[in-house]
Ligand binder design. Structure first.
Ligand SMILES: [Zn+2]
Ligand SMILES: [Zn+2]
Length: 257
């Protein structure tokens, strides 16, 4: 079942989010939520700011990683939620950018004023972030402005391990929505967790989207048989059969299944 209803009760148009979002009950405003041991939801449209993607935190013991960081207005809320989840923001050493869209990276300038995590993204989207490309980052859609931001670690490969404290995050290149989209896999006591931000699309020429590549990426993710899917706008899916249903549904929608 989709556990988190990420309704679109917002006043501004958010073209990267879909209208068919599931409505499985609203999140408690502001409150962080444990997904599995060591993984927390700390930001999102109904939690921190309507423009935010869902923001996840991974507790690696001596270090914390954020997976994306929202659109920008909610940095204090996201860091506050880390604290509320028992994660000291002083341990925030890594922000992984799953792709270059502003609803996922807009929090960077605010975070960098308060702490200095390394920023990680894939080569395919690094340029858009480092040049603050207005159309590839979708900043203009959101009426937001992004400064150019230097990425510290640019992933070049198709499948790489990123160490966060005492845990390994597997970074899988999953192009399609954007050329440099990545998905992350974490083995936890609560099962294999897949962070697949925006694997649902949308697919637009100005994003550099490629549906054929995307279908290949989705097959790659299906082969991993994750127990939990943490998606960027649709919420959290489990068990594996629900993850499969979600991805297969999107593949069907685009004529690939
Ligand atoms: Zn996106
Ligand atoms: Zn998004």
């Amino acid at each position: 079942m989709a556990e988190l209803g990420i309704g679109l009760r917002v006043s501004t148009p958010l073209p990267l989010q879909r209208r068919e979002t599931r409505e499985a009950g609203p999140l408690s405003a502001g409150k962080p939520r444990a997904i599995v041991p060591g993984v927390f939801l700390v930001g999102g449209p109904e939690m921190t700011d309507p423009a935010d993607c869902l923001v996840y935190a991974v507790d690696g013991g001596s270090e914390i990683a954020l997976i994306d960081c929202g659109a920008g207005k909610s940095v204090a809320g996201i860091l506050g939620n880390l604290k509320r989840a028992g994660l000291d923001p002083a341990r925030l050493k890594t922000v992984i950018l799953t792709h270059c869209h502003v609803d996922h990276i807009g929090g960077l300038p605010g975070i960098l004023k308060l702490c200095s995590p390394r920023l990680v993204c894939h080569r395919g989207d690094a340029d858009a972030i480092e040049t603050a490309d207005d159309s590839r980052t979708a900043a203009s859609w959101y009426g937001l402005r992004l400064p150019p931001i230097r990425v510290d670690l640019v992933l070049e490969g198709e499948d790489e391990i990123l160490r966060v404290g005492e845990v390994d995050l597997r970074c899988v290149h999953t192009p399609g929505h954007t050329p440099g989209s990545i998905s992350l896999v974490l083995e936890t006591a609560g099962g294999r967790v897949l962070f697949g931000q925006d694997i649902h699309g949308p697919f637009l020429r100005e994003f550099g989207s490629d549906l054929e590549q995307w279908a290949g990426s989705m097959r790659r993710l299906l082969a991993l048989e994750p127990d939990v899917l943490c998606e960027g706008h649709f919420g959290v899916f489990r068990p594996w059969e629900e993850v499969r249903r979600f991805i297969m549904g999107h593949l069907r929608q685009h004529g690939f299944a």
